[in-house]
Design a protein around this ligand. Structure first.
Ligand SMILES: Cc1ncc(COP(=O)(O)O)c(C=O)c1O
Length: 481
């Protein structure tokens, strides 16, 4: 919740108290240099013992509530017919309103099943923007992924409040060009992960549904950050200020044919779920569930997580829960802007994004500026961010580099995990780094996997620039910071 202080400043205040904590370490800068080298300048390959603030992702890392943990204790571990599953069905029906529910082990498992059941070679899958695993699954099924984003989506210095909107003209053009029979569905991602966690408007979803229905194209909704997108609709879209998060979610869901989510985000657990009102879709997906995931009442999830997800669905509709990460992110982004650091605006739903094309503007995309920036942030602060740029794209079938639209270093703000002083620390060290950005040079691959290379790929710093950055840092803060 935002509160106004007596000096007029507005700050986000936590609407929870901390009762269980995890110790973190801030290892000295020399160790950070060693650690990032050992990790091949890939922040995915760092170990927790070397990380101070883990801002890699909000996936599976949100703080759970006391009620979620309590629910885990009463889980019914029955292989089939688990009562925990029926509690999840009740919660889903109450919050989303679908009759048929399919649990899966996480979001990409839902994408795998969507690809298996609905996508054929030669198809064109339309979406407001891709996510890495989404694209991989649909392309592996032989389809082309076509993103129908508005031009504003790629403007990192924008004041447009719904940059995640799907461009309706491009949608019409795609239907004309490829034919509706080649389009298995149109997918809307609630707060577009790779381009700054930007939401779409409910008006836009209504328009997408109208056009899709005209051509019998199902609407698929990736609701991994559904409560955050609903929060932005409440805060930013005309006509929704007085609606509850629950009402907004139900209105969104009335426009959706197949819903799926990574439960690791809005519902703060480790799992996933698919839901629909169409029995035919349910039957076709269910057929494959035991092959890839598990029986219909657990689908690859632990029953403990299923219990916690049921609670998480209800809790995410509390406006203070839905808004907790967005308000912290806004604060983080605004503090960096005050210091002149280039970040993506407006602030989005899952992270503060540093705009590497402007931050390290001297680096060409062929030297992976976002990856270099993520490495430099770690050296300067012990904070783990994630590269969301060209390293996160795979090469094309001819082996050519595919340059990302945006080069971002993403500092995720997991829900209810970090405090204001930790955000202030992050702002300070990133500002220091910006002042020393000339020391940051590029990266080159030394081990490069063919698929989703960002997970396991290893890189090297050109001219050993990490050592120069470490020296500059030590000169200012001493060896123990
Ligand atoms: C929008 C979106 N869709 C799908 C996924 C994949 O979900 P998971 O990581 O649970 O497999 C993610 C993960 O971050 C995501 O952000």
């Amino acid at each position: 919740m935002n509160v106004k202080l007596s000096n007029g400043k507005v700050i986000p205040v936590e609407m929870h108290k901390v009762r269980i904590v995890q110790k973190v370490n801030l290892v000295p800068v020399r160790r950070r240099l060693e650690a990032i080298k050992e990790a091949g300048y890939n922040t995915f390959l760092l170990r927790t013992k070397d990380i101070f603030l883990d801002m890699l992702t909000d996936s599976g890392t949100n703080a759970m509530s006391d009620n979620q943990l309590a629910a885990m204790m009463v889980a019914d571990d029955a292989y089939a017919g688990s009562e925990s599953f029926y509690k999840l069905v009740d919660a889903e029906k109450e919050i989303l309103g679908f009759n048929y529910v399919i649990p899966v082990h996480q979001g990409r498992a839902a994408e795998h099943l969507l690809a298996k059941v609905f996508v054929k070679p030669g198809d064109v899958v339309l979406m407001n923007y891709h996510f890495t695993t989404t694209k991989a699954h649909f392309e592996l099924a032989g389809a082309k992924v076509l993103e129908l984003y508005t031009d504003e989506m790629l403007n990192t210095q924008s004041s447009v409040l719904f940059k995640g909107n799907l461009d309706l003209q491009k949608f019409e053009d795609a239907i004309k060009k490829y034919g509706a029979d080649k389009i298995p569905f149109v997918r809307m991602e609630a707060t577009t992960n790779l381009v700054g966690g930007q939401p779409f408007a409910l008006r836009n979803l209504h328009d997408v549904k109208k056009l899709a229905s005209k051509h019998n194209i199902p609407v698929v909704f990736d609701g991994s950050l559904i409560s955050e997108n609903a929060y932005f609709i409440k805060m930013r879209e005309e006509g929704y200020a007085d609606k509850s998060i629950r009402e907004i979610i139900l209105e969104m869901m009335s426009l959706v044919d197949i819903f799926y989510l990574s439960g690791r985000k809005s519902t703060s657990v480790r799992g996933g779920l698919m839901a629909t009102n169409k029995k035919e879709y349910y039957d076709r997906i269910l057929e494959w569930l035991p092959v890839y995931e598990g029986f219909a009442t657990y689908g690859g999830m632990s029953t403990k997580e299923i219990e916690a997800m049921a609670v998480g669905f209800r809790e995410m509709t509390d406006v203070n829960v839905a808004g907790s990460a967005p308000e912290f992110i806004k604060y983080f982004v605004e503090r960096l802007i005050e210091n002149g650091v280039p970040v993506v605006t407006p602030p989005g739903g899952l992270a503060c994004h540093l705009d590497a094309k402007r931050f390290v503007s001297h680096l060409p995309q062929s030297q992976y500026p976002a990856g270099a920036l993520a490495g430099a942030v770690y050296i300067a602060s012990g904070i783990r961010s994630m590269e969301r740029g060209t390293i996160s794209m795979d090469r094309d079938s001819a082996g050519n580099e595919v340059y990302a639209d945006l080069e971002l270093a993403r500092l995720a703000v997991p829900r209810r995990v970090y405090t204001m002083s930790q955000i202030e620390y992050a702002v300070d060290r990133i500002t220091w780094l910006y002042k020393h950005r000339d020391l940051v040079k590029g990266l080159k691959f030394v081990e490069e996997p063919r698929v989703l290379r960002f997970f396991f790929g290893r890189l090297e710093a050109l001219d050993n620039w990490g050592a120069d950055l470490t020296k500059a840092f030590e000169a200012e803060f001493g060896p123990n910071c």
